[in-house]
Design a protein around this ligand. Sequence first.
Ligand SMILES: [Zn+2]
Length: 317
Amino acid sequence: MMTDAYAIGIDLGGTQVRAGLVDWSGKLIARESMLTDRMGGPQAVVEQIGLLVDKIIVTKPECMIAGIGVSAPGPLDAVTGHILEIATLKGWENTPIVEMLEARLGQNVAIENDGLAAALGEWRYGAGKGLTHFVYVTVSTGIGGGVVADGRLLRGRRGMACHVGHMSIDPNGPRCGCGNPGCWEAIASGTALARRAQVAMMGDPASTLHSGPQPIDAGAIFAAARHGDGTALKLVNEEARWLGIGLVNLLHRYSPEKIVLGGGLSQGLDLMRAGIEAEIAAHAMVPFRTVSVVSAGLGGDSGIIGAASLFQFSDRI
Ligand SMILES: [Zn+2]
């Protein structure tokens, strides 16, 4: 029965592999994690996922597992179950990850691009619940996302839609990990913000950013801004502007009811909201200007819960 369906979600990231047991209502009832074996290649990571799943199953032997959904960085082919490449990890080209995991785990496995998995989680259980059209954007080390339009998740050919971080924003901008100049990710990700902060700090020896962690990260910039540090506030305003420029593109393209912001940088949405809204007010066409930007409802768990939900709905939409 549907209400008995527990599923496990895996969030494979460049830093951590996380696993969670999710109940039929989308609640995470057990979790395990470890640092990603970045050098070991797919076989080592498959074994890591295997260990995490074993641990969860041992603690909850009474739960019937419907399947294991994996959220992973792309591009990946969700139809054939192959990871095509992972920019942050070596040796993953054309990896038949679903086949490898099914052999290790003896369970049904499905894979989804991390932006789409998180969008699915937010749509089914988070800030996008009940909406027919919404855009999810995650801003952390990179920028990813997913779009629900007309009541369904846009997957595109091979499940590769919505690599929104690679929208071209400035052809003269910094080079992106994908090789192109001026992608949104290269300008507005947490990595790009941190890089701008390093430069800005050189021009402001009095900034409290110097007393924070080195290398500086987005969290430290938000903390300094909350304490009124002028350089940090300037960086935050600039970040809000770049995020706003990308979001205006997405508003025009998809006409969502809401934009849901996830990832580490959504922790600073309160600081950036005015700047983002100013950008939308200045550049979105009038009928698009009333769309609100809200934080992810599931925090850092959107991907795990969304991946698990691949097995909790009878239709793989
Ligand atoms: Zn790019």
